[in-house]
Design a protein around this ligand. Structure first.
Ligand SMILES: Cc1cc2nc3c(=O)[nH]c(=O)nc-3n(C[C@H](O)[C@H](O)[C@H](O)COP(=O)(O)O)c2cc1C
Length: 216
């Protein structure tokens, strides 16, 4: 039996730089085009809180995490109703550091405000969606009970008509994206038989990030 305290060393002064470093280490060796998920928590009128997995789509030009959704989802409705009450978690195990040591990372965006991306940016994002995602955007009533056979008929018909038309699938009005502006970034690191260390970056009134170790 052994026990030690983890210590996060040499972290950059900007949290997004730190996030990029961890993301890169976590995805090292994965095939190009692998997906990266994140967990998004929102305030929900019916359930109080609601979380779900969404795809991390990268960073906006102004360096904020963003994702894509449809206006008919609860996550959209929740963020529209309470844009400044969002939380995001990333979690990776077996991340190798530069010495080859494996550890677990949790990265959280705390107290985040969700800001919709402008319409002008959506066409380029839509163009990159795969075919199934494009069809889903047109045929799926998110969260409603469905009859599988009926939905399959609808899907197959949509696909056939699309292939026969030879035209691109238009971007539905429901398609949208949000970026997240957090008040805090929280990085937790731990390995086997360790007590975790956390580094937290807190946004100051002057727009600067203050960073500190915080207890787990
Ligand atoms: C791997 C994975 C990726 C997902 N990515 C997204 C996404 O990027 N956007 C999204 O709205 N839902 C995504 N979903 C579906 C959500 O988890 C959720 O089921 C859906 O958005 C409905 O959630 P709601 O309760 O907010 O309406 C994904 C699910 C999985 C398992």
């Amino acid at each position: 039996m052994s026990s030690e305290l983890a210590k996060i060393m040499n972290f950059p002064s900007h949290p997004v730089e730190f996030f990029k470093q961890i993301l890169q280490a976590a995805n090292k060796g994965k095939p190009a085009g692998s997906i990266q998920e994140m967990n998004l928590a929102t305030v929900d009128e019916e359930f109080g809180v609601l979380n779900r997995t969404v795809l991390y789509r990268g960073l906006t030009r102004d360096n904020f995490v963003f994702y894509i959704t449809h206006r008919y989802t609860r996550n959209f409705k929740n963020l529209q109703a309470n844009p400044n009450k969002a939380g995001i978690t990333f979690y990776w195990t077996n991340v190798r550091d530069s010495d080859g040591k494996e550890s677990t990372w949790q990265v959280r965006l705390i107290g985040a405000t969700a800001v919709q991306l402008p319409e002008s940016e959506l066409d380029a994002l839509w163009a990159k969606e795969d075919l199934a995602a494009k069809i889903r955007g047109h045929i799926c009533p998110c969260g409603q009970p469905i009859d599988h056979d009926e939905l399959k008929t609808k899907h197959d018909q949509f696909l056939q008509e699309h292939l026969a038309s030879g035209k691109p699938i238009p971007r539905p009005d429901s398609y949208t994206a949000f970026k997240f502006e957090p008040q805090r970034w929280d990085f937790l690191n731990v390995a086997i038989n360790q007590i975790a260390d956390r580094v937290q970056y807190r946004l100051q009134a002057n727009g600067q990030w203050e960073s500190m170790h915080v207890s787990t």
